[in-house]
Design a protein around this ligand. Structure first.
Ligand code: SER
Length: 566
């Protein structure tokens, strides 16, 4: 038996003995690289150096790198797919090339890991119009006594770039017992954004060896989830659910998805991401919510914190996990609770919409999905359970229509209130103006502006710039101030004017945004004046009682309030 930490140590010690310097395990969020959301390979942080910039630690480097790949998130559930994994790698930045790289790999596999050379097979690049056939690598493998050598096309034996452009090249892949364990890339090209392959001045080597699959292989396991990178998490899930791993196919799949997604989420949060609706935050949200959904299949709820515990033990060598443990667990729990609430609300609406029906209308299904955040998989499942027909095609068509409409809307063809003009959302729109005005007064900060707003029939959500958490006292005062304006029955007046005039009159708005020539300004007595597309009530007395449900961080320097009216 060899465990994760031993394998990593053997790898790094070996390459250090070959004069490689260990570089830090980089953050999962790539610095200065807008082409990808996450670090997907060890070479990622090295892109500038692969392109020719000198690296401060020299031309021979190695490390173990945490990676996230979400391209095949739906594939997770079998024995070998993961969104989070670790990759051991060694690099030559214009130093050694094919010969040494292949020799090092061979020596490490056969001498250090003691893999019999008869078990090793390799593939090499077959050549195409951009790069020639890699006979050199094949000859070297032959010279080392490897008999099973295949030439394969670009789809198999070419790696990179990691994003849309960057360094790439032909590779030779190394298999043991038919499992690909190591990939040696000979990075000689830079693929440009226009799709051209420009030869690089320096010839680099970039190799990557997956920790999980190598461990499975060395320990004669078919299933990566039985290695020490996963087993304690699976055991925790077994304990929490009372179900046995490996007994039932669907349940086993659910356990793998939960283990993988929670692990990826823990690492993503540790690197400073919070669940949100965009970019990394959106992927994180999706991972957490998928884990929760699969947990329901195992009859588990409120389990994320518990199942996450062993991750901090397995990866005791990651300081940022240990340091941020409390925050990570809180973030997981918060998103889980939020999602469970969403599901509960969605379920109530689902039941109402489908009462006595044999089929769910695609518009209703879309409403559930869009306005209530109810996952489409759950609509499918619930319909199946209740023998209600659900046409995924019609639903997808509805999504397309909506996308088209919102694109048109964002081109400015519709003025306002496109999505929902119900009486309830109108009341919430006006409430959010009162809230913004009250925040400026209570927090004694005239520069508070709206950073984002999202209104559903259930609640308003307002993001605003403010550097710290509000105190309970401040929240209470804000709530009282809004309710006091409501009870004064103030008229809400709409006027049209130029953005410039609006600014002069002290209306709130984001003035570096491109407004049209004429904007609507809504004024509520001398309490609030905002540029807004509406819709709004005519008098604040229509709003009803206002209540803040939550005050939390949205992103750095931005707070988020969720509030309701009844
Ligand atoms: N970049 C290559 C890979 O990800 C080798 O590290 O497979």
């Amino acid at each position: 038996m060899i465990n994760r930490q031993e394998l990593i140590k053997k790898y790094l010690d070996f390459f250090k003995s070959k004069n490689h310097k260990e570089i830090p395990n980089a953050r999962l969020i790539p610095e200065n690289d807008p082409t990808v959301l996450f670090t997907t390979a060890g070479m990622h942080p090295l892109v500038p150096y692969l392109l020719g910039q000198p690296h401060p630690l020299g031309r021979r480097l190695c490390n173990v790198q945490k990676c996230v790949r979400t391209g095949d998130i739906e594939e997770v559930g079998d024995e070998t797919h993961h969104t989070f994994f670790e990759m051991m790698g060694n690099w030559s930045l214009g130093d050694y090339f094919k010969k040494e790289s292949i020799n090092y790999s061979f020596e490490f596999l056969t001498n250090i890991l003691k893999i019999p050379k008869e078990n090793i097979s390799v593939t090499c690049f077959a050549g195409d119009k951009n790069a020639s056939k890699d006979n050199e690598s094949a000859e070297m493998w032959k010279g080392l006594g490897i008999k099973k050598i295949k030439f394969l096309p670009k789809e198999d034996n070419w790696w990179g770039p990691a994003g849309k452009s960057g360094p790439c090249g032909p590779d030779t892949e190394i298999f043991s017992n038919n499992v690909e364990i190591w990939n040696n890339v000979f990075m000689q090209y830079n693929k440009t954004a226009e799709g051209k392959y420009i030869p690089l001045k320096q010839k680099n080597v970039d190799t990557g060896m997956g920790v999980e699959r190598t461990l499975a292989l060395l320990n004669n396991l078919k299933d990566n989830y039985m290695t020490d990178c996963f087993k304690p998490i699976i055991e925790k899930i077994e304990k929490s659910s009372g179900k046995k791993y490996g007994k039932n196919k669907e349940e086993t799949k659910a356990m793998r998805i939960i283990a993988d997604h929670i692990k990826a989420s823990v690492f993503i949060i540790a690197d400073g991401v919070a669940p949100s609706n965009k970019e990394q935050g959106y992927i994180l949200r999706r991972l957490i919510r998928r884990a929760v959904r699969y947990g329901r299949d195992l009859e588990m709820t409120n389990f994320l914190m518990k199942v996450a515990e062993p991750i901090f033990v397995i990866y005791s060598d990651y300081e940022n996990l240990q340091k941020n443990k409390k925050k990570i667990l809180e973030e997981l729990e918060r998103e889980e609770v939020k999602f469970l609430e969403t599901l509960e609300k969605g379920m109530n609406i689902f039941v109402k919409l489908t009462k006595d029906k044999k089929e769910i209308n695609c518009k209703d299904a879309f409403l559930l999905y869009q306005s209530y955040g109810f996952p489409v998989e759950m609509i499918e499942e619930e319909c199946l359970k209740r023998k209600i027909k659900f046409s995924k095609d019609k639903f997808e068509n509805e999504c397309r229509i909506h996308q088209e409409t919102s694109r048109t809307a964002s081109r400015g063809k519709f003025k306002s209130g496109l999505a929902d003009n119900s009486e309830k959302t109108t009341r919430l729109h006006t409430a959010s103006h009162l809230l913004l005005a009250a925040l400026r007064i209570v927090l004694k900060d005239k520069n508070i502006i709206q950073k984002g707003s999202n209104i559903t029939p259930q609640r308003l959500r307002l993001d605003f710039n403010f550097p710290r958490k509000m105190t309970d006292e401040e929240i209470k005062k804000t709530e009282e101030m809004v309710n006091s304006e409501i009870s004064k029955s103030c008229r809400v007046i709409r006027e049209e004017m130029s953005p410039n005039e609006a600014r002069k009159k002290g209306a709130g708005g984001i003035f570096n945004e491109k407004y049209g020539d004429i904007v609507s300004v809504y004024t509520i007595e001398d309490f609030s004046k905002e540029i807004c597309a509406g819709p709004h009530v005519k008098n604040t007395c229509e709003i009803g009682h206002f209540k803040i449900e939550k005050e939390e961080s949205s992103s750095s320097g931005v707070r988020r309030i969720k509030a309701v009216v009844d």
